[in-house]
Design a protein around this ligand. Structure first.
Ligand code: ADP
Ligand code: ZN
Length: 433
């Protein structure tokens, strides 16, 4: 079902006009309320009068995560703290965390856009959701939570951890939908199988997965193991949280909520806008956000955009799956490698489980990539020749996809650590040296 037809199915012309109006207001607002943007615009010799249509976006300055850190905690907020009703913070694995603030209106926009996503996944007020994203500073838990309530469905605020209880309550409460990271969905599927409760006793039908990159092969694996229809939801705290884009029943790219967030693709090298269809860095401008409005925020996420109207009737621009973050890209012996490429190869081969770990190191000035991967039950064997043949098979595939060789370490099922939140699949020892 389409939750907000007036916005989701707007004609391209009307959308552009609306985006243009909102952009003009936004620029006017930040120019006068955020010294950071006023200064940047003055340095570039532009004023709000230079922004007339949505195409003028290219005249505006970019914003980066570093800018948020430099202005920690509240320097980029555009309203007084008396109007901020909620704070969230990103994990901040490197340096200070980034803090984001929401006004009451921001929260209501967020709930509405998340309800649009859930509606596109075919869920409605009859559904019972178990939310397995972390509740707390991370936007995943509360973001989905309010979306489910706005939809009028029932929410079970499970959060992460406590997997046995999660399964028990999903069973007892008749949960029909699950929201969590793709890696946690896999973990839950394994744990559910171990409980011995027959799948037919669970009502679970739909999985809403995001917060980390995943591949089409991973979707097939999760759908088969968990017995659900799995959909992608994307978002980031700086822009809002989960719900910035979502798939529909056609699963052909994720619809961006582009009446609120204006997307662009830029070349991360030249910082110039790239045409639709070309892969580059995704950039968002928050057209309506009050608490922390951002101009041209560089997400570091790499993907392509497609402006064609979807078969579902939505006219919003769709983004492809995230290939990776530009800062997740590994450069191994000079070759660019994304973990998602390796995941695709592993999941294409029936002998392997979708659990892997990449260890990169530098030995004698040479980069070494080790791929640790679990062999599926039934394929794991004590026979050395069999295991060698398996190793050769995957090594050969990886070589042809990546263009570099990798050392393969086959491990037993269940030996790689499972993740409850965002999966950590790369250990780069080179950066630790
Ligand atoms: P951080 O991980 O930086 O602490 P967030 O929780 O806001 O902060 O994470 C946002 C990032 O998570 C996105 O920029 C993107 O890289 C990743 N992400 C979120 N959803 C998806 C998704 N559906 N597919 C791929 N990557 C995603
Ligand atoms: Zn669609």
């Amino acid at each position: 079902m389409i939750w907000n037809k007036a916005k989701e199915c707007m004609s391209q012309e009307d959308k552009r006009r609306l985006q243009g109006e909102r952009l003009r207001k936004l620029v006017e607002k930040v120019y006068h309320s955020t010294p950071f943007y006023r200064q940047k615009m003055q340095e570039m010799d532009i004023t709000p009068d230079d922004i007339k249509t949505v195409d003028d976006i290219v005249k505006l300055p970019f914003t980066t995560k570093q800018d948020l850190r430099d202005n920690y905690p509240y320097g980029l907020f555009a309203v007084p703290m008396s109007q901020i009703v909620r704070l969230h913070a990103s994990s901040g694995t490197t340096g200070k965390p980034t803090v984001v603030g929401y006004t009451r209106r921001d929260l209501s926009v967020w709930s509405e856009m998340t309800a649009r996503c859930l509606s596109a996944f075919g869920t409605d007020d009859n559904d019972i959701f178990s939310v397995g994203y972390g509740y707390g500073l991370f936007t995943g838990g509360l973001g989905l939570h309010y979306g489910v309530e706005h939809l009028g469905a029932t929410v079970i605020p499970m959060s992460t951890g406590n997997t046995d209880k999660h399964i028990q309550l999903s069973h007892d409460f008749g949960a029909t939908a699950l929201a969590c990271t793709p890696s946690y969905a896999l973990y839950l599927a394994e744990a559910m199988a171990k409980t011995g409760i027959p799948r037919s006793e669970f009502k679970l039908r739909t999985a809403i997965l995001g917060a980390e990159p995943w591949t089409e092969n991973m979707r097939k694996e999760i759908e088969a193991k968990l017995g659900v229809d799995a959909y992608n939801i994307y978002g980031l705290s700086e822009i809002m949280g989960p719900g910035v884009s979502h798939e529909c029943e056609y699963k052909d790219g994720s619809h961006i909520i582009d009446d609120h967030f204006l997307p662009e693709i830029i070349s991360p090298d030249t910082l110039t806008q790239m045409p639709y269809g070309e892969q580059g860095e995704l950039v968002f401008t928050t057209l309506t956000k009050e608490g922390l409005p951002l101009l041209r925020y560089r997400t570091k996420d790499l993907c392509t955009l497609n402006p064609e109207t979807c078969k579902c009737g939505r006219t919003s621009v769709r983004m492809s799956r995230i290939v990776g973050r530009s800062d997740d890209m590994l450069i191994i012996r000079g070759v660019n490698v994304f973990p998602s490429q390796i995941e695709s190869v592993i999941l294409d081969l029936e002998e392997f489980e979708p659990h892997y770990m990449l260890v990169v190191d530098r030995v004698n000035n040479l980069d070494i990539l080790e791929v640790q991967v679990e062999v599926r039950d039934g394929f794991y064997s004590d026979e050395i020749t069999q295991m060698l043949a398996l190793k050769k098979k995957i090594a050969h595939r990886l070589q042809s996809v990546l263009g570099i060789s990798a050392d393969i370490k086959l491990v037993e099922p269940f030996s790689i650590k499972r993740s409850e939140g965002k999966a950590q699949r790369v250990i780069d020892k080179r950066s630790l040296n």
